[in-house]
Design a protein around this ligand. Structure first.
Ligand code: DAT
Ligand code: MG
Length: 149
């Protein structure tokens, strides 16, 4: 079972899209195993986006993610990383597939609404950065046999 960190970023919160984004992930049959609403600190933002430290957009990315609260969640399921990335769409909204969140609700790369882990390994790392193990609930999802092979 794969785990992935999903963030509804400040623009998604401000635009009232938390419910829409959760709905789409629920619709796919994924399981929500953790969630919290928080104001991201500069320290957490720097750790989360450490891989982009030398990119020209790094400072604006930190300003964006700390500009208002975010909804942080952990979802799991078979192929959860690829499934969630597909539901979010490509990083640049004008390249995101029709029907994806970034296609349907966004226009610009710097206001692309969501974050989702990009590999199984990063999913594990990001979940550990944002959540402690006792914040995750591995509940019995009774629809699972109707979604999973
Ligand atoms: P993703 O969020 O799809 O995983 P990423 O990890 O490559 O994309 O980049 C993290 C965020 O940084 C992305 O959601 C928006 C911003 N970003 C990426 N490339 C950018 C660029 N060329 N110009 C401005 N912002 C960019
Ligand atoms: Mg990324």
């Amino acid at each position: 079972m794969e785990k992935t960190l999903v963030l509804v970023k400040p623009d998604g919160v401000q635009r009232g899209l938390i419910g829409e984004i959760i709905k789409r992930l629920e619709n796919r049959g994924l399981r929500l195993i953790g969630g919290k609403f928080l104001q991201v600190s500069r320290e957490l933002a720097e750790e989360h986006y450490g891989i982009h430290k030398n990119k020209p957009f790094y400072e604006s990315l930190l300003a964006y993610i700390t500009s208002a609260p975010v909804m942080a969640m952990v979802w799991d399921g078979p192929n959860a990383v690829a499934a969630v990335r597909q539901t979010m769409g490509a990083t640049r909204p004008t390249e995101a597939a029709p029907g994806s969140i970034r296609h349907d609700f966004a226009l610009e790369i710097g206001k692309n609404l969501t974050h989702a882990s990009d590999s199984v390994e990063n999913g594990e790392k990001e979940v550990a950065l944002w959540f402690s193990e006792d914040e995750l609930i591995y509940w019995d999802q009774t629809i699972a046999p109707w979604v999973q092979e």
